[in-house]
Ligand binder design. Structure first.
Ligand code: PHE
Ligand code: FE
Length: 289
């Protein structure tokens, strides 16, 4: 998502964007997108939330090949006013938030190598576009993302970014949503992951907990493995109202005095949907992040 210290790479505009250079993708690179797309679409049947699937259709994302950001943006902009812009990699926090606040989603333009289909250190165009962009065609989620950008700029001034970043992590990247009583995926980090799309919904290992803003902002997360806790919202409307309509300043104050919660822990006030057995990866050394 963001990096706190960085120098703007040569060739980037002052807002850190670069041209996507769509014509420079090779056949092989387009083929990697197609392979990822085909296997993910299959996996997501019955697992992805309805708005995401609708977004794929609206944006014509099932067309073969890596999407051309200009064309994609023209479709998206008609719906919700969002555009997709290319960046060379991680960008500084304030740059990232400023783009979101202005309805620009920053996306990596490179695509993973065929031998890295399942493991990535940095978000590539498949994660960024397939995972994130379809939901930007949903008017409510689109508003949430913009509000998050505004909130991010504000959080910088309160020195509360670490707390706010957890909200992004447990919603935009790894969120679950209830739809007609069933849990579905909406977090981009899950939707673009072959393994985690099944794990997040079906594994007995992780906790699944009803969304609570303060609880989420106290919860540490791991970046090196599947999540140990997922938070479940009831609707994007609810998410938007709880966040955009609230003044986070008193919340940040309160959080200062509250301890962090580790990724696998449950606390007394949790609305537990599934108590995780935490059996995943038990034989491997773990680091709490
Ligand atoms: N309302 C929040 C604030 O006062 C901003 C925000 C909106 C944060 C939406 C996250 C998501 O800072
Ligand atoms: Fe992401």
């Amino acid at each position: 998502m963001t990096a706190s210290v960085a120098q703007r790479p040569p060739g980037t505009a002052p807002d850190w964007t670069i041209a996507q250079d769509w014509d420079r993708y090779s056949q092989g690179e387009h083929a990697v997108w197609d392979r990822l797309f085909a296997r993910q679409i299959k996996m997501l049947e019955g697992r992805a939330n309805t708005s995401f699937l609708r977004g794929l259709g609206i944006l014509n994302l099932s067309r073969p090949g890596i999407p051309d950001f200009e064309e994609l943006s023209d479709r998206l902009e008609k719906r919700t006013g969002w555009r997709v812009v290319a960046v060379p990699g991680l960008v500084p926090d304030e740059v990232f938030f400023d783009h979101l606040a202005n309805r620009r989603f920053v996306a990596g333009r490179f695509i993973r190598k065929p031998e890295q289909l399942d493991y990535l250190e940095e978000p590539d165009v498949f994660h960024d576009v397939f995972g994130h962009v379809p939901l930007l065609a949903d008017p409510v989620f689109a508003d949430y993302m913009q509000a998050y950008g505004v909130g991010g700029l504000r959080a910088i001034t309160f020195h509360a970014l670490q707390k706010l970043a957890r909200l992004y992590w447990y919603t935009v990247e790894f969120g679950l949503i209830r739809e007609q009583g069933d849990l579905k995926l909406y977090g981009a980090g899950i939707l673009s992951s072959f393994g985690e799309s099944v794990f997040a919904l079906e594994s007995p290992s992780p906790n699944r907990i009803g969304f609570d803003l303060e609880r989420v902002m106290r919860t540490q997360y791991r970046i090196d493995d599947y999540q140990q806790s997922y938070f479940v919202i009831d609707s994007f409307d609810e998410l938007l109202h709880q966040t955009a309509d609230a003044d986070f300043a008193p919340l940040y104050d309160r959080l200062e005095k509250l301890s962090d919660i580790s990724p696998e822990a449950l606390v007394g006030s949790d609305k537990i949907i599934h108590r995780g057995q935490q059996t995943h990866g038990q034989t491997r050394p773990r680091t709490a992040l």
